[in-house]
Design a protein around this ligand. Structure first.
Ligand code: BGC
Length: 487
């Protein structure tokens, strides 16, 4: 191992997963400084300094994060009151969580990424006893075509799925996980506000997607009723609460990012149904759009502007572009490109080549004090450039700064929700590819939430398949409530 790699290893190993070692007489670190990322250590001190100063804007200190938290809270309050805000604060009409009595056979649809999933799930006394899943790829043409084509395709997939199971004539209740911002009118209806991530179909904004889906299913003579229309964060919260009743917040940290939480019903302005008996209701924050009104411009960097300008949906979903897996690789590329233009890195990466999986890989190698895989990737994305182990350390450092900032920003949102909920303990159900596959994110979040909400007890709970199981559980909850209301 080279001296450069050795010294880099020493630099990161002090804080694997964001935690300082418990042993040893480390001096108390001031609160502010605990947010600082691990410094870059190269033999060439001048280059190190120049790189650190070129990337300084990606480093958020505790004071800036506090300010982000204050803005988040103010936007959240305005959103709940239906005043202008970049936070949608959508009433999901999900008023209760699983209690172990959920029963029945349900279909669940999961639309949000490039794969569309259709599931059949059977619940007995709250437990999942049977599950069939089939995945269908949604190609670019469908994701960027017309809304009608997309929904007819979805209905074709459902038909194919029930046909394969020999259940075409059966009646089903369906939970539709639609992971995009919606204006919900009830637990089973809602209009698309805007597309995000890699979707941009025409003619669907303002359309009730549950009603459209049902029409397409009926046209195929399928006897399927959409009982619940939900977001993936709601599904995650419900699936998490099924494991741990302390779950009160659901978070997705994947291609996109978002959170939801149980809010007091009386604090929610938007209701299109009687709610006298509702105590708490799940609110979908839609924090991906946080900052779309300019309220976060105080820490926006040139790299963020570049990523936004090159994105499919420019000038929207500002916050998601700081933390979502769809964008972290592009941020890495933008920052390395800037270093290259200043002769601090051998070459600009070829456009669209660095992905979030590479960022995770760089971080993983950084933790292990290795550079071999980082160098291999850099040689692929910067063909012909003369790259050294030091350059690999620089790329790992950029990956670390971007990851650290993402972890801090998502932690600010969670810490604010914890303070607002004021419960003795809140478990936060988290799902998504970045959370699952990034080697440091979970540890960093744990550390930063603790720093930002020191008096609030919480735990992070990895939740699986909120969009499938959570969707079926929510459909069962809706059936339970409907039966109770009818009695
Ligand atoms: C969508 C959210 C969703 C999140 C995670 C965002 O782009 O707007 O509704 O929850 O992605 O999938």
């Amino acid at each position: 191992m080279s001296a450069a790699v050795e010294s880099a290893r020493a630099a990161v190993n002090g804080r694997v997963n964001g935690h300082r070692p418990a042993s040893g007489a480390a001096p108390a670190v001031p609160w502010e400084d605990q947010f600082l990322p691990t410094p870059l250590r190269l033999d060439d001190k001048i280059r190190t300094q120049k790189i650190e100063s070129r990337l300084q804007a990606l480093v958020l200190c505790g004071g800036v994060l506090r300010r982000v938290g204050d803005v988040f809270e103010a936007e959240l309050e305005r959103g709940l009151r239906e005043q202008p805000s970049s936070l949608q604060m959508e009433n999901t009409y999900v008023p209760e969580l699983p209690d172990g009595t959920e029963e029945g056979v349900f279909l669940a649809l999961d639309l949000g990424g490039t794969n569309f999933r259709v599931l059949l799930l059977e619940l007995r006394a709250g437990q999942l006893v049977r599950q069939h899943v089939k995945q269908y790829h949604i190609n670019n043409a469908l994701r960027l075509g017309t809304g009608d084509e997309l929904f007819n395709f979805l209905a074709d997939c459902v038909q194919d799925f029930v046909h394969e199971l020999g259940m075409e004539d059966q009646e089903f209740s369906l939970g539709f996980t639609f992971s995009f911002p919606m204006k919900q009118h009830s637990i089973s209806s809602g209009e698309l506000i805007t597309w995000t991530k890699s979707f941009k179909c025409s003619g669907l904004e303002g359309v009730d997607v549950a009603a459209l889906l049902e029409r397409c299913l009926r046209a195929r003579r399928l006897r399927i009723t959409v009982r619940v229309l939900l977001n993936d964060t709601t599904g995650t919260l419900v699936a998490g609460a099924h494991i741990d009743p302390n779950v009160g917040i659901g978070v997705i940290l994947g291609t996109g990012s978002n959170g939801c939480y149980m809010e007091r019903a009386s604090r929610v302005q938007h209701w299109e149904a009687a709610h006298e008996r509702v105590q708490d209701v799940c609110v979908d924050v839609e924090w991906g759009a946080f900052g779309d009104n300019g309220c976060l411009d105080f820490f926006r960097t040139e790299f963020d502007k570049e990523v936004d300008a090159n994105s499919l949906l420019a000038t929207s979903f500002t916050f998601e572009k700081y933390i979502g897996g769809k964008y972290l690789g592009s941020l890495l590329s933008a920052a390395l490109g800037a270093l290259a233009r200043d002769q601090l890195f051998p070459a600009e990466p070829e456009p669209d080549q660095l992905q979030t999986a590479h960022l995770s890989l760089f971080e993983e190698e950084n933790c292990a004090g290795e550079v071999a895989q980082t160098l291999r990737v850099l040689r692929e994305v910067c063909p012909g450039a003369a790259l050294t182990a030091h350059d690999a350390l620089v790329a790992q450092h950029v990956a670390h700064l971007i990851s650290n900032r993402a972890a801090q920003l998502v932690s600010v949102c969670i810490a604010t929700l914890l303070r607002r909920m004021r419960r003795p303990h809140v478990a936060v159900a988290v799902d998504g590819s970045v959370y699952k596959h990034h080697p440091r994110i979970a540890g960093l979040m744990d550390k930063y939430i603790t720093l930002l909400a020191p008096d609030h007890s919480f735990s992070l709970l990895g939740a699986e398949d909120g969009s499938g199981k959570g969707s079926a559980l929510t459909a069962a909850i809706a059936a339970r409530i409907a039966a109770r209301d009818a009695a």
